[in-house]
Design a protein around this ligand. Structure first.
Ligand code: SF4
Length: 292
């Protein structure tokens, strides 16, 4: 299934995009769409509750390499970005740190990239006063984007690099935002394509194999990419390459990435002298079982 098929069906039938996506899921799983919507509503509540609880708090993570980023961002007054971006960044950093601290998160699409969509939905909730039903609709559109990527490429960093995790999360968040502000399926598709293209080729290189560095900060930064992609799509800017073809390209790029850049902790920033020193120090201090 391609995302363009969801958009075309929504156009043909006049049904809203989230309804079309849910109908497809109903067909596939046999679960009535009201039940699916209820389930998604439950995930949304968990996500927002956790984001609220962890928002801008210091957290004790497994290695200590992260844990203060959400706190520092919350304390700072933004000089350039809007309060919408700032709130999304704080929530995204805090949720990614919650994951690193073994807290409760909603993987979307993965635990390592859980902050991006959470951050965006949190900002819509807090600053736009989005209703629960509106947020569920945006969440479903994000889910449709993630589902298409999972079927035609991959959502796994070990398989396709970080473009598959943070890249997919950003495409999902861009589409969710665009749906919230426009209800226009085609624009959602452009926003997702613009976001995913911007992160194409991003490698997975966690220091010591822990989902902390660079993962946590990537979540925070990615919220801004999602917002920029959505702003462009809302302004009428189109992706020259359609989203489904971007997904195909991402699959090919993922396959051509060497193993060292696919979650092994052996390449990219994980192979820098500082990363090696940090890993050595952690090993001495904690006797942690760490990847070589
Ligand atoms: S660097 Fe790897 S582990 Fe970290 S978020 Fe990206 S894909 Fe996940």
């Amino acid at each position: 299934m391609k995302f363009s098929e969801f958009v075309a069906r929504s156009k043909e039938t006049g049904l809203p995009l989230p309804r079309v996506i849910l109908e497809r899921e109903e067909e596939k799983t046999g679960v009535p769409r009201e039940k699916l919507r209820q389930y998604i509503g439950g995930m949304l509540e968990t996500m927002l509750e956790e984001a609220n609880k962890k928002y801008g708090k210091r957290q004790r993570t497994l290695t200590g390499m992260t844990g203060s980023n959400g706190y520092l961002m919350r304390k700072a007054s933004p000089k350039m970005i809007s309060s919408f971006n700032h709130t999304a960044m704080v929530a995204a950093l805090s949720m990614a740190e919650s994951n690193a601290a073994m807290g409760r998160v909603v993987a979307c699409p993965t635990a390592g990239s859980c902050g991006v969509l959470s951050g965006i939905l949190y900002s819509l909730w807090k600053l736009e006063n989005a209703s629960k039903e509106e947020l569920i609709d945006a969440f479903i559109v994000a889910g449709g984007v993630g589902w298409v990527i999972s079927r035609n490429a991959t959502l796994s960093g070990a398989e396709g690099g970080c473009q598959a995790e943070i890249g997919s999360a950003t495409a999902m968040a861009a589409a969710a935002l665009t749906y919230y502000f426009s209800r226009d399926g085609m624009k959602c598709s452009h926003a997702a394509a613009l976001a995913l293209k911007s992160l194409m080729g991003l490698v997975c290189d966690p220091v010591g194999g822990f989902v902390e560095v660079p993962c946590v900060k990537r979540n925070g930064i990615a919220t801004n990419i999602a917002i920029a992609a959505a702003e462009m799509a809302l302004a009428g800017i189109e992706s020259v390459i359609p989203f489904d073809e971007v997904v195909e390209a991402m699959r090919r790029v993922g396959r051509s990435l060497p193993e060292s850049l696919r979650e092994t902790g052996k390449g990219g920033i994980a192979a820098t002298p500082t990363a090696r020193r940090l890993v050595e120090k952690l090993r001495e201090k904690n006797g942690l079982a760490m990847r070589q």
